[in-house]
Design a protein around this ligand. Structure first.
Ligand SMILES: *Cc1c(COP(=O)(O)O)cnc(C)c1O
Length: 398
């Protein structure tokens, strides 16, 4: 129940990749016919991936994943637009691939506005408009949040960016598996995608760069990726990525429907069965497979460990932040007090999960949370006090 962290590679993708490890191991940059075949396969994969976001093949640049695509978009635009200005707008709930890149840019003289979000995790468009300055060069807002699943109004944000002549980047790593993306309709100029979140191999992703957007190369060396990202292409991974994306697009509607049904079942069961629990994020503007709860009077980390002993894999916050003792920056941004942020758990469902599994996990959760609360000194007194004062909004926000 941790599909937002990563997913298994589809057998069809493995099958498509396999010949490129031995029979077809040629370097796509070589001139002889044997390697030309690889070049063709590579370009075919690019076309499939371009089609998946309704872009042109020449606008797709392969990277080592979502993190590199995010780094390239931000540092690249910062460098190429420095003469125009040094102001960038993003949000407080971005993935660390964006936030830590922004911290880095701040150390190099850039000014960053971090937009706050409401209790559901949505930015306010008025805040965005108010933050725009004459020296703003880039707006970067994630399409879907990896912790609480909130879907941002990307089309509206794109429209505002376009009206002001500002480049717009979106980290679409989480949104890509289930949301239909049409780069023209969304008015995005740059968009990051990762393969391992859609049942493709790890270590591959792409950055979409709209034709005409001025951005410098990210890695210098050979002429690969039109001199923009040097280094011999990871052909097997690219082939596997394209196959996974092709199948993900074909199955998108059914997967979305199924994941959403499981999500709703889990939310309903947990809120009904486990008292003093809150759903974090929006119920409506939410990724189909994302569930995020705060359980009062317990630590999410301890619940995670107890679930792990039953071979149930979940997460608190994002995997990349799991070793940090700070509560999640996303939960803080939606206004949760530290106590509730520490008591949070993220469960992300995928197409292979079943209703039976969801029911089993809720049963285990109920037992673990119940046992832990019993052991907490003063739990009943605090509970009664809070009940009287009705201080917890049980169902969260709709
Ligand atoms: C997973 C993730 C990334 C990082 O992608 P990698 O391919 O693992 O580098 C970036 N942004 C979001 C929203 C993610 O969920």
């Amino acid at each position: 129940m941790d599909h937002a962290s990563t997913t298994a590679v589809r057998p069809e993708a493995v099958e498509a990749m396999t010949p490129f490890f031995y029979e077809k191991f040629g370097n796509p940059s070589s001139v002889y016919g044997y390697a030309m075949e690889n070049k063709q396969a590579l370009e075919q994969a690019r076309a499939v991936l371009a089609e998946s976001i309704h872009a042109k093949p020449e606008e797709i640049y392969f990277t080592s994943g979502g993190t590199e695509a995010d780094n390239w978009a931000l540092k690249g635009i910062a460098e190429s637009c420095f003469k125009k200005g040094n102001h960038i707008i993003t949000t407080k709930i971005e993935h660390h691939a964006i936030l830590h890149t922004c911290n880095y840019l701040e150390q190099h003289g850039f000014k960053i506005t971090y937009l706050g979000v409401d209790e559901m995790g949505l930015i306010r468009l008025e805040d965005l408009k108010a933050a725009i300055r004459s020296d703003t060069i880039l707006i970067s807002v994630m399409a879907a949040n990896n912790e609480i699943g909130t879907l941002q109004p990307i089309k509206e944000i794109g429209k505002i960016a376009k009206e002001h002549g500002i480049y717009f980047h979106t980290d679409a790593v989480q949104a890509y598996p289930t949301q239909e993306i049409r780069v023209d309709e969304l008015s995005v100029d740059l968009l990051s995608v990762s393969s391992h979140k859609i049942n493709g191999p790890k270590g591959i992703g792409f950055l979409y760069i709209r034709t005409g957007v001025k951005i410098p190369p990210y890695i210098h060396g050979g002429a690969q990726e039109k001199n923009m990202r040097a280094g011999t292409e990871n052909v097997p991974a690219i082939i596997g990525f394209a196959k996974a994306a092709e199948l993900a697009m074909k199955t998108r509607k059914e997967r979305t429907k199924k994941e959403k049904a499981l999500r709703e079942l889990m939310i309903d069961l947990v809120l009904k069965e486990i008292p003093y629990t809150r759903l974090n994020g929006s119920r409506k503007y939410r990724l189909p497979g994302n569930v995020n709860f705060s359980f009062q009077f317990v630590e999410g980390e301890s619940v995670l460990i107890m679930l792990d002993m039953k071979n149930i894999c979940v997460s608190t916050g994002s995997a990349c932040a799991a070793s940090s003792p700070e509560p999640s920056h996303v939960l803080k941004a939606i206004g949760l007090p530290d106590e509730l942020a520490y008591g949070s758990l993220r469960l992300t469902l995928g197409e292979e999960n079943t209703e039976e599994e969801v029911r089993y996990v809720v049963e285990q959760l109920k037992e673990i949370v119940g046992e832990m609360r019993k052991k907490m000194p003063g739990y009943e007194r605090i509970r009664d006090y809070q009940q009287e004062n009705n201080s917890l909004n049980q169902s969260g926000y709709q």
